[in-house]
Design a protein around this ligand. Structure first.
Ligand code: ADP
Ligand code: MG
Length: 293
């Protein structure tokens, strides 16, 4: 039978804006010593905006935006939505795409206006044996140092531009991280984004440890590795790509404004999307279980 204290705890959770899947969830929460946080949409707002387009010598900015925007219009990724919206605002109607391929956690490829176009991480470019030249590489590094995400646009075997997308930490994130650390938790930022970008965001909000450049399929392995080290791990995420990691974690916390898949995979949902509620969840569990003892 479920101890009454756990049921009371679940009810108290609802008042705090926590949707708890079952009373037993509170029991696994007690021993958590590490909290892993997804970057985009969890620590940051996830509302990305296209802020810069660095175009290679001799390229037309409008053509870059037309081709990249057309391709990204077919993707649901926050980076893609920012690029498609920015391109549409500046270049107007976007052309049709043929043979669209989504490369999960890397970028997108397809044929636009007869060109084989790709937009995405430098790794994807490297796969196609395309090199990033001096000024474009420099623009990318400078943007990443500021915590921005820079992706490369290439077609027909040449890098044509670097597009810079900005996403900012949620206003409440630094305070949330302070509170989690005050509970004695080790904080880890987990992302598929580049290391310099991830490190800049971690520094802005006070997260201690960064695990970056992880493919969507690799997030679950990061959780397993931490558990194998003897850690009891909570994971907070919002995306489809976070779902396996949320299910693997000792405690999975979904951001209420995130995807249904993430919410289903989690033990607990932070209804408002405010990370500070994660602290309430852990405190509530600790208090509830002390009552049972
Ligand atoms: P996160 O873990 O931060 O939620 P993802 O794993 O979804 O990030 O993506 C990792 C990186 O892959 C992004 O930061 C971006 O650089 C690149 N990327 C993924 N999808 C796209 C896309 N559609 N267009 C451009 N870049 C992309
Ligand atoms: Mg995310």
């Amino acid at each position: 039978a479920t101890p009454t204290a756990l049921l009371v705890g679940t009810g108290r959770g609802a008042q705090l804006g926590l949707l708890i899947k079952g009373p037993e969830v509170l029991e696994s929460t007690r021993r958590v010593d590490t909290i892993v946080l997804d970057k985009t949409g969890t620590v940051t707002t996830g509302k990305m905006v296209l802020v810069d387009a660095h175009v290679a010598d001799g390229e037309s900015r409008e053509e870059v935006l037309r081709l990249a925007g057309a391709l990204e219009a077919a993707s649901e990724h926050p980076v893609a939505r920012a690029i498609a919206a920015g391109a549409q605002a500046e270049a107007g109607a976007l052309p049709q795409v043929e043979g669209f391929t989504n490369r999960e956690g890397l970028g997108v490829e397809g044929v636009v206006d007869g060109h084989g176009v790709m937009v995405g991480r430098e790794d994807l470019l490297a796969e196609l044996a395309v090199a990033l030249d001096g000024p474009l590489a420099e623009a990318k590094t400078a943007a990443e140092r500021k915590g921005r995400t820079a992706v490369v646009v290439a077609w027909d075997g040449l890098a044509r531009a670097v597009l810079v997308v900005a996403d900012t930490p949620k206003e409440t994130s630094p305070e949330a991280i302070r509170r989690l650390k005050a509970l004695g938790l080790r904080t880890v930022l987990l992302t598929g984004d580049n290391r310099p970008t991830a490190e800049a965001i971690a520094a802005q909000v006070g997260i201690d440890e960064v695990i970056a450049e992880v493919l969507p399929s690799g997030k679950v392995d990061v959780i397993k590795r931490l558990q194998a080290e003897g850690r009891v791990v909570a994971m907070v995420g919002d995306g489809v790509n976070d779902a396996p990691a949320l299910a693997q974690a000792d405690l999975g916390l979904a951001i209420g404004t995130g995807t249904d898949v993430a919410i289903e995979a989690s033990d607990l949902t932070l209804v408002s999307g405010d990370l500070r509620a994660a602290t309430d969840a852990i405190r509530l569990a600790r208090r509830t279980l002390k009552t049972i003892k």
